[in-house]
Design a protein around this ligand. Sequence first.
Ligand SMILES: Nc1nc2c(ncn2[C@@H]2O[C@H](COP(=O)(O)OP(=O)(O)OP(=O)(O)O)[C@@H](O)[C@H]2O)c(=O)[nH]1
Ligand SMILES: [Mg+2]
Length: 307
Amino acid sequence: MSEVPSHNYPSLSDNFSCGFVAIVGRPNVGKSTLMNHLIGQKISITSKKAQTTRHRVNGIYTDNEAQLIFVDTPGFQTYHRNALNDRLNQNVTEAVAGVDVIVFVVEALRFSDADRKVLQQLPQRVPVVLVINKVDKDKAKDQAIMQAFIDEVQQAFTFAKVALVSAKHGLGVAQLIHILKPMLPQGIPLYPEDMVTDKSARFLAMEIVREKLFRYLGEELPYAMNVEVEQFAEEDGLYQIYIAVLVDKDSQKGILIGKGGEKLKKISTEARLDMEKLFETKVFLKVWAKVKSGWADDIRFLRELGM
Ligand SMILES: Nc1nc2c(ncn2[C@@H]2O[C@H](COP(=O)(O)OP(=O)(O)OP(=O)(O)O)[C@@H](O)[C@H]2O)c(=O)[nH]1
Ligand SMILES: [Mg+2]
């Protein structure tokens, strides 16, 4: 954090705080859904499938007391080893290294070895807030069952605080911000107050297309694909975006395009609507399929994609 004294900035209160909060947890516990609700905009993609998030995404929350810079991370992958998973895990380790607070997310009434392994990766000196998500689930409404669950998780680790939320419904999210604020160092904001992410529109466009692949294609396929922005231009308030979906084989290309081109059309329309909402402008979007085999095991190629 910057050490610049706050009295250089007369418009800010003397005890303004600003800091980084990493959101970590095993795949699919709701980390990205939580971050989107914390900052009030959908900048991190979500889906029912594990390992939706591949990149670190910063979401920025600012009010008149504090600026919280949330770092959404890929779900920590403990089972399968390949170049992509190693890179995802490395992303998580790097993301937690310099933060002020860690938010460790678990799913209500599910605490598995995969969750425990994430806890073992966390650095020693950073305070960790336990966030129990998905408390809207029916079983979680039983107080005795929930208390037993909280006790079980707390036995595995010494948490600084505990919060119960339903990220999907926005429950407990304001309370979580309230818990986090006093845990941050005092300092001036690093970003302008109206900025919600440090990611470019180009990156967000790519992520939105990836989300639609996760939502509209079968179980395995989205993992065998990646997305590349070939062109991104802005003219007279219109965004013109050309995006290639990289697949391993011709057969996958066929599934992506679908009968009569319908699947790809659906993906492209849904993505465009999301982009228009996020960018608050008209978008012309062209999405097409491109065969590039073996990308998930090619470290050099992952680097080219910025992963
Ligand atoms: N019932 C319920 N479902 C939720 C809640 N929060 C998230 N989900 C669902 O859980 C699934 C995973 O959500 P994500 O936010 O993508 O999870 P993630 O932890 O970011 O997943 P990865 O990026 O793959 O590690 C989605 O289907 C969400 O809609 C919640 O509070 N209640
Ligand atoms: Mg995610």
